[in-house]
Design a protein around this ligand. Structure first.
Ligand code: ADP
Ligand code: MG
Length: 306
């Protein structure tokens, strides 16, 4: 199967760089998935994006886009991908629609108005299409950058911290739109330092730190592996109980921490609370933040950079 993106043993040392920015990273983006590169500032996320877009050349290792080494055919790569850079670029003189027309021209698309209007509508920019960039709000500028990345209908979309500095309501709109693009078959690589964003949006994540991947896998699987399940049992009357899982007892409420793979029925029969005393049972699953903290405490490399 030809994968949208295959990165193998990528290393990057900037010419004037003191440290190696990327230290032997390998991961793939599968067709139609949202993959998240997650990590703190300086982890190496933007450097990886820059080697995919051929803005930077790898020191060693290989980056393939739809089966093609990006250093061998940069033009092929550029046609397949759309990229939204971390920094907002200001081109104040032109209006929104003109910018998108010029940008389409860069891909050799002369009559691209239909696609441009489709994208403008999708990003709630259509009514602002005659505005100059300097008249746009921060959120609109960010959306314009996404529109630019989409004019040529790329098969792989790279989003470098798409919601940094974006307010919450717009952030949710963007997440919805990114899911829609996935639904239409696009493959997406995004970088973020927001754990919640990665948890909500990404099918798989790679956690990167100090230029190395600390963890790579299915988002839900990572959460399951590195978090604990909490079960809160509300009783009709206080009860004294001995259980290896019990961590807190407060009047009629008991809190248990239970291994992820233990079924609720098995747990209830093990703790042996009389059923007629149970008023309510709440299960609280862990989240990516909890998994991340666990990973940090387990992993010296991750810990040292934070
Ligand atoms: N053009 C550059 N020249 C030299 N060093 C760089 C350059 N760009 C980034 N770096 C360094 O590489 C490391 C990774 O940076 P970057 O890829 O921007 O991380 P992130 O996007 O995860 O915040 C950092 O130590 C940064 O200072
Ligand atoms: Mg960055």
């Amino acid at each position: 199967m030809i994968l949208p993106l295959e990165i193998t043993n990528l290393r990057k040392r900037y010419r004037d760089g003191i440290v190696e920015a990327v230290k032997g990273v390998s991961f793939n983006v599968n067709p139609g998935e949202i993959f998240g590169l997650l990590g703190p500032n300086g982890a190496g996320k933007t450097t990886i994006i820059s080697t995919i877009t051929t803005l930077e050349t790898p020191t060693s290792g290989e980056v393939k886009v739809f089966g093609m080494d990006v250093t061998k055919d940069p033009m092929f790569t550029k046609r397949q991908i759309g990229v939204v850079h971390q920094e907002v670029i200001n081109s104040g003189f032109f209006d929104v629609e003109e910018i998108l027309q010029f940008h389409s021209g860069y891909y050799g698309l002369r009559k691209n108005t239909e696609r441009i209007h489709f994208v403008l509508n999708k990003l709630a920019l259509y009514e602002h299409r005659k505005k100059k960039v300097k008249q746009l709000s921060g959120g609109m500028k960010r959306r314009l950058m996404i529109a630019k990345a989409l004019v040529h209908n790329p098969k792989l979309l790279l989003l470098d911290e798409p919601t940094a500095g974006v307010d919450i309501s717009l952030r949710e709109d963007l997440w919805k739109f990114v899911r829609e693009l996935r639904g239409a078959g696009m493959s997406i690589l995004l970088t973020t330092h927001y754990l919640e964003e990665a948890e909500q949006l990404c099918d798989r994540v790679g956690i990167i730190n100090l230029g190395a991947l600390a963890c790579l896998g299915d988002t839900k699987e990572i959460i399951r592996q590195y978090t604990q399940k909490k079960i809160r049992v509300v009783l009709t009357e206080p009860l004294h109980l001995r259980s290896q899982f019990l961590i807190e007892e407060k009047g009629k409420e008991m809190l248990f921490i239970v291994p992820q793979n233990k079924p609720l029925g098995e747990f209830l029969s093990e703790v042996a609370i009389p059923t007629n005393l149970i008023k309510d049972v709440h299960i609280e699953e862990g989240d990516l933040e909890e998994a991340f903290l666990k990973l940090v405490s387990n992993n010296k490399e991750v810990r040292e950079a934070l």
